[in-house]
Design a protein around this ligand. Structure first.
Ligand code: UD1
Length: 418
């Protein structure tokens, strides 16, 4: 297991290119199962989760080839229907194959994902939505056993609460269901929208893309997909938070500014100077950050996936910040680790109260999940002395070569094999 050794404090300065979005590429990879033939996905980031998903598609009989950021998924001989526990437990997004397998093969056997580091993460909406399309679903020995012997038929379903994963899963299934499906209160995260667009280009008949109501006129088959992955708004936000926390100035290129409105608003409220161009953003930190009040909400609200990184920044703000996570009220595993670096954070239900301190002090800390690891690295960059972040395999799931890119911006960070 690798760890990062960071010498702080440092001020990050320079330009970094944003990669393709992890949360957008995984559903696109699953969607390849809806068609026979070779789907081509471009701007694919080289991430551990992408390789895990490739393994899953190969287990299902697909042939995958990832080279130079282009992924080819050939489903000509993909007859498998099982996503085993060993893969699903390392990557919850494996559940994305459920809808496509049901729609394209008539059955699926997918391990139940189980909880995660910050609490239970139910999949009831995935299952209920698919049942509304005529799927028969049972749970057996930790597996979701789903079948639609006569094929899926159109239905009507409302997602409550709004769910990115369930919207994507049910949408993919509805693309091949017989008749017109109406999906209400759909997630409108850019990762869902890009999936819907890719499906439409492959022959799916979907109306209302980008809104909360999707109407899907099922078609018998789709053509293979050909689509480029959108820039990762969470990776972009993480670098923006890094600029803020280290008193630096970072220009991000290859990003989609419109997807970052909520993050930009928070950074501005913290006193950062944020300049946007067509596909670039420059964030320059003030002398000292101002405290903020942040509440996570479904898109276009502030993303829960940025809560930990912004919290890291608020630890050094001149005053008291409030961070409330309405999506995952228990997503605060990073709090105890930030405290080890000298942060003053208290928890009150789903709200973290962050009393800004003058300086952080380096210490050994443990990464507990993907975004928490990012927050700890950022805090380590700003802390005085040596910070060791253990269990960095979490970060490799969602950030491509983060230590090299931070080093290029002036960070003193190295990866050490344990
Ligand atoms: C996706 C993202 C994750 C992000 C999350 C919220 C991927 C691979 N992961 O996860 O990074 O943090 O969106 O933006 O894209 N819920 C239910 N029942 C369900 C499904 C969800 O009650 O069947 C609840 C969840 O507990 C949560 C809320 O709905 O409170 C939103 O979760 P959801 O959008 O489904 O998250 P994921 O798709 O799992």
């Amino acid at each position: 297991m690798d760890r990062f050794v960071i010498e702080g404090p440092c001020r990050l300065e320079g330009t970094v290119r944003v990669g393709g979005a992890k949360n957008a590429v995984l559903p696109l990879m699953a969607a390849a199962l809806l068609a026979r033939g070779e789907s081509i996905i471009e701007n694919v980031p080289d991430l551990r989760d992408v390789h895990t998903f490739i393994k899953l598609l190969e287990l299902l009989g697909a042939r995958c080839d990832l080279a130079g950021g282009t992924l080819r998924v050939d489903t000509a001989r993909a007859e498998g229907v099982e996503a085993p526990y060993d893969l699903v437990r390392t990557m919850r997004a494996s559940i994305y194959v459920l809808g496509p397998l049901l729609a394209a093969r008539g059955r699926a056997r997918v391990s139940l994902p189980g909880g995660c580091a910050w609490g239970p993460r139910p999949v009831n909406l995935h299952l209920e939505g698919l049942r509304q399309l005529g799927a028969e679903i049972d749970l057996e020995r930790g597996y979701i056993m789903a079948s639609a012997p006569q094929g899926l038929r159109a239905g009507r379903f409302r997602f409550e609460p709004s769910s990115v994963g369930a919207t994507a899963n049910v949408l993919m299934a509805a693309a091949l269901a017989d008749g017109t499906t109406e999906l209400l209160n759909c997630a409108i995260e850019p990762e869902v929208t890009v999936l819907a667009e890719a499906l439409r280009e492959a022959g799916a008949r979907i109306e209302g893309i980008g809104t909360n109501t999707l109407t899907v006129d099922g078609v018998p088959r789709l053509r293979p997909l050909r689509h480029a992955v959108i820039p990762d708004r969470i990776e972009a936000g993480t670098f923006m938070a890094a600029a803020a926390l280290t008193g630096g100035r970072i220009t991000l290129t290859g990003c989609r500014c419109a997807h970052l409105d909520a993050c930009i608003a928070v950074l501005k409220a913290m006193g950062c100077d944020v300049e946007t161009a067509e596909d670039a953003i420059t964030v320059a930190a003030p002398g000292r950050l101002a405290p903020v009040e942040v509440v996570t909400r479904p898109y276009p609200g502030f993303p829960t996936d940025m809560q930990a990184q912004i919290m890291a920044a608020t630890t050094l703000a001149a005053g008291t910040s409030f961070m409330t996570d309405t999506i995952y009220p228990d997503r605060f595993m990073h709090v105890a680790e930030l405290r080890r670096l000298g942060a003053d954070v208290r928890l009150d239900g789903a709200t973290a109260i962050v009393f800004g301190v003058e300086r952080l002090q380096g210490a050994p800390v443990m990464a507990t999940d993907l975004r928490a690891s990012a927050a700890l690295i950022l805090a380590g960059l700003a802390a005085h002395g040596e910070t060791i972040v253990r269990r960095v395999y979490h970060i490799d799931r969602g950030y491509e070569r983060i230590e090299r890119r931070l080093a290029q911006l002036g960070a003193r960070i190295r990866r050490v094999a344990e």
